[in-house]
Design a protein around this ligand. Structure first.
Ligand code: ZN
Length: 142
């Protein structure tokens, strides 16, 4: 089983590597409902994040996540890195392709499928809904 490697840590940063996107399927995540899932890796814990969880996952061609899920407090953004597929969000279908971003509110029922003939690789960012204080660069300073 593949593991996230810590590249470097400083007082105010952590850098990790997950390796090539072509080898995400070597990660195994033990899901409480689905059991061992190949192709899913969470990086937040190794990254020492305090406001968000981040994961990367691959869903092989023709596969579908077999259950809907919701969140208690986290909104999610799914970012398609490679491939094509579909989300089913509260019964509505949203087509996905490389470069697609989908934000989903915590309470929405969600599931996704790969209805194409190549792997669907997505990054997922979760953060507590309603906590962002400004968009773009307004929080930065020189
Ligand atoms: Zn989720």
């Amino acid at each position: 089983m593949k593991e996230v490697t810590i590249n470097k840590k400083g007082e105010n940063y952590t850098a990790v590597d997950i390796g090539s996107l072509n080898e995400i399927n070597k990660y195994i995540y033990n899901h409480p409902l689905a059991g061992d899932m190949n192709g899913k890796v969470f990086v937040g814990e190794k990254l020492d994040t305090t406001s968000m969880e981040i994961s990367v996952q691959v869903l092989p061609a023709g596969k579908e996540i077999p259950f809907d899920h919701r969140h208690k407090t986290h909104e999610e953004v799914y970012i398609v890195l490679k491939g094509k597929g579909q989300f089913i969000i509260d019964g509505e279908i949203v087509d996905l392709k490389e470069g697609s971003f989908v934000r989903i509110a915590p309470d929405a029922k969600r599931r996704w499928r790969n209805n194409s003939n190549e792997d669907l690789t997505m990054m997922v960012i979760q953060a507590v809904s309603g906590t962002l204080q400004s968009h773009t660069i307004k929080d930065g300073y020189v």
